[in-house]
Write a protein that binds this ligand. Structure first.
Ligand code: KIV
Length: 274
């Protein structure tokens, strides 16, 4: 008896994302940390799922991303890859997994692809990480850059604040974007910079820019899923739009469950085995 092969939708490729920029078609990226949400986001048409080290804050309850480890990133990347079929899965390289040396950066990026099943990795910084990005790309690892407010540098940036406001800082960020493109990054995340600067960068680089707090002229947008779903309220950056209120829905459903357990209304006969 012949068995029909299971046909899975192909994941979005680097080339398809470049083509989207050429066509002026916007790219929708969201963060994801587990298989269940990854499946929902994939079904909803997200083009890229970012396993962000923001999981340190929204999943682990830390006040920054700095404590997230490589093992944790590999684990969450595996979950997201298992739950999705079409979107490209991008895994963040956590703090100190790429800064010390190009060799360490390559080994860790390789783990995220080989063990985590990511399709690409993302690292923060401009010219200073270009050598690591170049080496990864040469080894066949697609790389996304990240400029502007780079949360792993929260202490040197003096907190979560808008970057690139002065001429000198703006010129530096543009120069860094060009350095990342030259190193082979296939996309660049621009976080919390003036919309005008993001527009200039988007026009100057050939690769898609993905904005978060960087205005409407980027080639795509990314938001932390816990923010736009209304699940995380510890920080409320101006650039977040709440597309849902899952915190209220979760509280209401859980209160109803607790009430019914206490009153004995749940489980009913229909939830019981006889
Ligand atoms: O870690 C993360 O979620 C990110 C996005 C905010 C871009 O890097």
């Amino acid at each position: 008896m012949s068995q029909q092969p299971v046909v899975r939708p192909q994941r979005l490729t680097v080339q398809q994302l470049r083509d989207m920029k050429s066509r002026g078609e916007k790219i929708a990226m969201v963060t994801a940390y587990d298989a269940t949400f990854a499946r929902l986001f994939d079904d909803s048409g997200a083009d890229m799922l970012l396993v962000g080290d923001s999981l340190g804050m929204v999943i682990q309850g830390r006040d920054s991303t700095l404590g997230v480890t490589m093992d944790q990133m590999v684990y969450h990347t595996q979950c997201v890859a298992r739950g999705s079929q079409r979107a490209m899965v991008v895994a963040d390289m956590p703090f100190m997994s790429y800064q010390p040396s190009v060799e360490l950066a390559m080994l860790n990026a390789g783990r995220l692809l080989a063990e985590g099943k990511a399709g690409a990795v993302k690292l923060e910084g401009g010219a200073r990480v270009a050598a690591a990005a170049r080496a990864m790309v040469a080894a066949g690892i697609p790389v996304v850059g990240h400029l502007g407010l780079t949360p792993q540098s929260v202490h040197t940036l003096s907190g979560f604040r808008v970057q690139g406001r002065g001429d000198k800082q703006a010129a530096q960020i543009l120069e860094d974007a060009l350095a990342l493109e030259e190193a082979g990054c296939f996309s660049i995340v621009l976080e919390t910079i003036p919309a005008e600067l993001a527009q200039t960068i988007t026009e100057r680089v050939g690769v898609p820019t993905i904005g978060i707090g960087a205005g409407a002229r980027c080639d795509g947008q990314v938001l932390v899923c816990y923010d736009y779903l209304g699940l995380y309220d510890q920080l409320a950056p101006k650039f977040v739009k709440r597309f849902g209120d899952l915190a209220t829905a979760t509280r209401e459903a859980t209160r109803a469950y607790v009430r019914e357990v206490k009153s004995g209304a749940f489980p009913g006969n229909e939830h019981s085995f006889h």
